[in-house]
Design a protein around this ligand. Sequence first.
Ligand code: NAD
Length: 287
Amino acid sequence: MTAQLIDGKNYAAGLRARLADVVKKLPAPPGLAVVIVGDDPASTVYVRNKGKAAEEVGFISRTLRLPETTTHDDLLEEVKKLNADDAIDGILVQLPLPKHIDSQQVLNAIDPAKDVDGFHPMNIGRLWAGLPSLVPCTPLGSLILIKSVLPTLSGLHAVVVGRSNIVGKPMAQLLLQNDCTVTIAHSRTANLPHVARVADVLVAAVGKPQLITADGVKPGAVVIDVGINRGTDGKLVGDVDFNAVKPVAGFITPVPGGVGPMTIACLLRNTLQAYGARRAITLTLPD
Ligand code: NAD
């Protein structure tokens, strides 16, 4: 047996096209503001890609580039201005922020209704309470990919390896909401392959190159690799040993070209969701 590839790049292109179709019919375009502080090369590329993707689906995209020396108070002031700006439906502050800025306080300052990253404590709480909320983009994109290959998740055992606030924890919650039995594994989990091997759906979000090997994968499992690591040869590798796991799994996402492109597509989806909720317009969000 060899796993079927889940082509996230292709899926994300389709999702962006479906989003663009919805945007065409709106009375006014949604607005996305991305704030970047400093000039970290990776963040600069991410922010550029987000702005470009937003424009391509017909959004108004605004990028606020602030110098590394921006003070905590000045950044909060900029966030407040965006909160008050009616043309802006979504606000994203690119992380990591410079060390002299308290990131959590900045995230807390974003209007939860415009928090398209889903990192505000209000949205985290709403997600855990099963209330409508803005959901972090990477786990949302991962869930959409899982649902694209599994007709129902009900009763399946899902194992999430990783417990970060931006991926692991919300991923586990989304799977729980879809009636999976969920195990959260992490850096202190004893005998990880033994735990991971029960998974019908295995999500790896650890940031450890090729941590998941064939002995940690149930035959036929859906394997979602969120990890983005730089290999010794400079190439991108995931948290899953792709070549070893491919003959065992039923479905697998590649790195790159798997979850990554879904993250930006879901940022756009979240912005559209925020637009609808803020303006009390009922929208059917595409998956
Ligand atoms: P993080 O570093 O904040 O957290 C990693 C989590 O994995 C922690 O909860 C930790 O307990 C757990 N962990 C670490 N080592 C472990 C081990 N040996 N066994 C089991 N669990 C272990 O990471 P994050 O922000 O959630 O990101 C995880 C990975 O996903 C990174 O590679 C990151 O680059 C990638 N990522 C990708 C996207 C995307 O768009 N594809 C988005 C966000 C993060």
